[in-house]
Ligand binder design. Sequence first.
Ligand SMILES: Nc1ncnc2c1ncn2[C@@H]1O[C@H](COP(=O)(O)OP(=O)(O)OP(=O)(O)O)[C@@H](O)[C@H]1O
Ligand SMILES: [Mg+2]
Length: 273
Amino acid sequence: MFGLLNKKKNNNGADCPNGECIGDEVKIAVRQVNVTLGGRKVLDNVDLDIKTGKTLVIMGLSGMGKSTMIRSILRLQEPESGMIFFEGQDILKLREHDLDEVRSRIGMVFQKAALFDSMTISENVGFGLKEQKKLKGPELEKRVLEMLDIVDLAGKENSLPSELSGGMQKRASLARVLCYRPEVILYDEPTTGLDPIICNVINKLIMDMKQRFGVTSVVVTHDLDSAKMIADEIAMLHMGKIIEKGTPEEFFNSSNPIVKQFVKGSSEGPIKV
Ligand SMILES: Nc1ncnc2c1ncn2[C@@H]1O[C@H](COP(=O)(O)OP(=O)(O)OP(=O)(O)O)[C@@H](O)[C@H]1O
Ligand SMILES: [Mg+2]
């Protein structure tokens, strides 16, 4: 099977689950994950490999479970069954302390900005660095100002989130995660609602994090141009299943009628609107 090596032990030395082994090239392996929400099977026995140092884009119609998928990786959503291996260890079996350790290595940029209302933008952006990396004083301030400059928010350090536009808040929440450089970053629609120029800045940042720091990324987006630009692989989630996965070229030339309709944005086809 794709991404799996035939060896006796996982990359962390543990026994292989279900007789299959996960090689070093896979950072996170999702196996047979099931999530039911509001009486509907949102994730139906989903398998997905997220490769080390690569960018995986997840696409799909609204309500198909993309946010649920990435929330499950952090256990912000608890799957009712399945396994999610982070470097070979099943996150779903971890107890609080070990889970916190894994969570500190995975950053998430939420679909909504999720900033702390009572903190200034610089306090918000420095939050992860202070908590996760124990940075303080001038060193913390320097990193925060550098990052605000990169996301084009220089001069806004003393503003409160409520004083910023939605797009600005989103960039601040992105800066907060990029600032502490986690090994894995999960982005939930990082460019939705942003103008095309800022959109491009964000896409370049995502690519830059991969090239400079070897970050493994999962990006949920509806934006086909962004996906083409940043993805090593694109997966499509539909009716609880991954119905297609491949390089951007493979994805955009897929023969699957649902994928074809999706990339064309057509109202004609198997997806009824
Ligand atoms: N807490 C909840 N309780 C009940 N149903 C929920 C809950 N959270 C999500 N859902 C439902 O689960 C489904 C998947 O939601 P999810 O937010 O993962 O979709 P999505 O693919 O991210 O959609 P979008 O593109 O609109 O962000 C939706 O039908 C949603 O209504
Ligand atoms: Mg979503």
